[in-house]
Design a protein around this ligand. Structure first.
Ligand SMILES: [Zn+2]
Length: 205
């Protein structure tokens, strides 16, 4: 388990398109995400579309709004394949002229539980005064945001190199999953984009 780390974004680059869905319509389909809480209801089924404006698709980066996504340049995608990391990559689309060749890592939800609910309850209440909320429209439970809560043992991680948590976090329009990278994978992304990412050691309970 110590082979996995958090990859913290130090900045965000590029704006998903179209803006009125914060880029979710192309990713999940117009009916594939909840209009009330914003949480995707289906696995990703389309390509991320990024606006070219102000974006140089170099190295690796996390776009604005979609904070649990990671994009890479074509050159970095080749490095990922050459290194043999197990991850699906989809091409990034562009509404008009492409800004360059880019790919998005498709990060699967892995396992049934990453966090002890009692610990999450304690951390969220201490920080926000409440644990979270259940969306009245889609029924998803979202924990309030807490930084890097301690992880329980997740045996299913043995089979993957990058994974998203089954637990969903956020409030209002913010909705995201925690993401773990295998250490060597995270090190590659930090090496190609030290201004975009840094590694943080997880705490295992
Ligand atoms: Zn919802």
């Amino acid at each position: 388990m110590s082979d996995f780390v958090w990859l913290d974004a130090k900045r965000f680059r590029g704006w998903p398109w179209p803006e009125d869905s914060t880029g979710k319509d192309p990713l999940y389909g117009a009916d594939g995400w909840c209009r009330d809480c914003g949480t995707p209801q289906v696995p990703q089924r389309g390509d991320l579309v990024l606006q070219k404006s102000g974006l140089r698709p170099e190295g690796a980066w996390t776009p604005n709004w979609r904070f649990d996504l990671v994009c890479v340049s074509g050159a970095v995608a080749e490095q990922i394949v050459a290194a043999g990391f197990r991850v699906t990559m989809r091409p990034v689309g562009w509404p008009r002229q492409p800004a360059g060749e880019a790919f998005q890592l498709v990060i699967p939800v892995v396992g049934d539980r990453w966090f002890d609910p009692a610990v999450l309850s304690e951390l969220t209440v201490a920080r926000h005064g409440r644990e979270g909320s259940r969306c009245g429209t889609c029924g998803v439970w979202r924990w309030m945001s807490v930084s890097d809560p301690p992880l329980v043992d997740v045996p299913e991680l043995a089979d993957v190199d990058v994974a998203a948590s089954p637990e969903v976090f956020g409030s209002g329009w913010s909705t995201y999953r925690e993401v773990l990278f295998r250490r060597a994978f995270a090190e590659l992304l930090v090496a190609v984009s030290p201004r975009d990412f840094e590694i943080r050691e997880p705490e295992w309970s």
